[in-house]
Design a protein around this ligand. Structure first.
Ligand code: ATP
Ligand code: MG
Length: 419
């Protein structure tokens, strides 16, 4: 017996209406904000992620599926979307387009993680990037897009969490203060934090452990927003004013840092209020150094990604109903060999006319055929027997009202179409 690989799932027909619901909302919101769809390859040069996401990050160090292909090139399955989109921006000279270039993607990503609720090894994200404009109003636009997307999905009880982690001028100053604080408290924090202290200092603020003094040390830690250089401070204050003007309920969290090295200035997440650490459904930020890092001209950018599996989890938790289309509008029951041929031909005619139709199976018994239609919740039945054939007519039955009428064969397609 084969099973789907650990951390992957089959999206079965019963779940597809949720996927279509989210995908349709994502396409609509992208269109309304003027973000054009882009698709990038499922795999890229492994170095792309080392250069962008960063060497000491969990994603690159532990989670990326990397392998040597048959030609000897190091390849990674994409663990996230921003690096590939920025690579495409540089490769295709999008710098010569009107800036910012607004792009949206919706695709699958791969991370070797410990699978649990809302955490998979193959998962899907809808994300957007606005590349080529450093103004805080673009951060606000991207956040507004994300917030509207969540609202349009009907999800309630969500909070926007915001922070600024500075840029290459002021981050080192902040990191120095943070390092001093942790050096003085290193004996009290967990082994993971000790490791982060050496390798990826900012991530200590992300620690969720309560079996050591990590939370206390985090609370007393210096705050990034108090160490911003003048331009970063101005950007941060402008962003706050824009978010207030947009009326989005916002919480500033000084401990919000993101797990990717490329972020500068604004970082943000949208989180369900009732849940713990692993529930973020949307996460993003500004990445003003990334395009240059990938070999382009210095170009600012900002974007976010949402986890579609986590969104669907929340839609189900909040009992948000999505439209699930009936399998068939009409099914044709038939009795006798001649009627069988007529049924197959009529089903074909109906489909040609744009009606979803099928011939009922269930053998010779009319009862069994009708039972199948009830099980599939087919709203309309067409019944063809010897009598009907002789009179060149069919019986049309309304399955919910349990009423029926006889319709001439010549009129049946247009009659069903107009139902
Ligand atoms: P987390 O802290 O939960 O691991 P992350 O910081 O690694 O998240 P991002 O790389 O910012 O996540 O991805 C953006 C969003 O994509 C997340 O907020 C989440 O909704 C979703 N996501 C990330 N990793 C996974 C995964 N393994 N399975 C399902 N969804 C995921
Ligand atoms: Mg992660």
């Amino acid at each position: 017996m084969y099973k789907a690989p650990r951390g992957t799932t089959d999206i079965l027909p019963a779940d597809q209406p949720y996927w279509r619901y989210v995908q349709t909302k994502a396409a609509k919101i992208s269109q309304r904000f003027g973000y054009s769809r882009i698709d990038t390859p499922v795999f890229e040069d492994a170095n792309l992620y080392v250069r962008s996401v960063g060497e000491g990050t969990d994603i690159v160090e532990k989670e990326t599926y990397t392998f040597k292909d048959k030609g000897g090139d190091m390849i990674s399955l994409r663990p996230e979307g921003t690096a590939g989109v920025c690579r495409a921006y540089v490769e295709h000279g999008m710098v010569s387009l009107p800036q910012p270039v607004r792009l949206a993607y919706m695709e699958s990503f791969f991370r070797y993680e410990r699978p649990q609720a809302g955490r998979f090894r193959q998962f899907h994200q809808f994300g957007v990037e606005a590349i080529g404009d450093a103004d805080a109003s673009i951060d606000a636009e991207v956040i507004d897009l994300g917030w509207r997307f969540i609202q349009d999905l009907g999800l309630g009880n969500m909070t926007l969490v915001l922070n600024s982690i500075g840029d290459k001028e002021c981050r080192p100053v902040y990191l120095k203060a943070l390092r001093g604080h942790y050096a003085a408290n290193l004996g009290r924090v967990c082994p993971d934090c000790k490791m982060r202290f050496e390798k990826n200092l900012l991530r200590v603020l992300d620690c969720k452990r309560t079996d050591f003094a990590c939370q206390e040390v985090i609370n007393d830690a210096p705050k990034a927003t108090e160490h911003l250089c003048a331009p970063c401070k101005e950007h941060w204050e402008q962003l706050n004013s824009y978010i207030n003007a947009l009326g989005i309920p916002m919480v500033i969290n000084h401990n919000l840092v993101r797990g990717l090295d490329y972020y500068t200035r604004s970082v943000f997440e949208i989180q369900p209020q009732e849940e713990g650490a692993q529930s973020t459904i949307l996460a993003g930020g500004r990445y003003d150094g990334l395009i240059e890092e990938l070999g382009g001209k210095p170009t600012p950018g900002v974007g976010f990604a949402t986890g579609i599996e986590r969104i669907i989890l929340n839609l189900k938790r909040q009992n948000i109903s999505v439209e699930s289309p009936r399998t068939y509008k009409v099914m044709i029951a038939h009795l006798g060999k001649a009627a069988d041929l007529e049924a197959v031909a009529l089903a074909s005619e109906l489909r040609k006319a744009g009606v979803s139709a099928a011939v009922a199976s269930g053998g010779k018994s009319l009862k069994a055929q009708m039972r199948q239609m009830s099980a599939l919740e087919t709203p309309t039945a067409i019944i063809i027997g010897d009598n009907e054939l002789a009179q060149k007519s069919v019986v049309v039955r309304d399955m919910t009202k349990a009423t029926q009428q006889t319709i001439p064969m010549a009129d049946i397609v247009s009659f069903i179409k107009n139902l």
